[in-house]
Write a protein that binds this ligand. Structure first.
Ligand code: HEM
Length: 115
């Protein structure tokens, strides 16, 4: 599985596509886009987990925080869309999702592998 963890391209592709799908789903709710986004959650988790297993021992605390940030970002993105579908307010969870997304991207680029 070396080709999946020797660089971060797969992981970056999965979350970049997910962010685009999330923006589309927030501005123009659609079942299909939401379903595609859920598939990308799984791909983010798989690609992130593979990187985590490979490099975690370099700096367990920061890698742990990076994983936690990624999982919470996905959780808040999903909560935003579900609350929107139910017609509930999304202000808080949407802001939370954006803040967590920025923190996770910062942590990711700050860690040693990849860019
Ligand atoms: C929306 C969710 C996520 C975003 C936006 C995100 C973003 C990023 C970014 C920007 C990088 C740096 C890539 C590079 O330096 O080339 C990265 C690397 C990484 N991510 Fe994620 N990620 C997310 C979810 C996850 C999850 C769920 C996990 C773990 C299960 C994870 C684990 C990792 C690991 C281990 C790395 C390698 C860190 C390093 O460069 O040394 N990520 N991620």
């Amino acid at each position: 599985m070396d080709f999946l963890t020797s660089n971060t391209h797969l992981h970056i592709t999965t979350w970049a596509v997910a962010v685009i799908l999330f923006l589309v789903a927030v501005t123009k709710p659609s079942k299909g886009v939401h379903m595609a986004l859920r598939l990308f959650y799984v791909l983010i988790l798989i690609s992130g987990l593979l990187l985590f297993i490979q490099y975690n021992s370099v700096d367990p605390m920061m890698y742990g925080l990076k994983m936690l940030g990624g999982i919470l970002t996905i959780g808040l993105m999903e909560m935003t869309l579900v609350r929107k579908k139910k017609g509930k307010g999304t202000g808080g969870v949407l802001i939370g999702a954006i803040v967590l997304l920025l923190i996770t991207i910062y942590l990711g680029f700050d860690l040693p592998v990849g860019f």
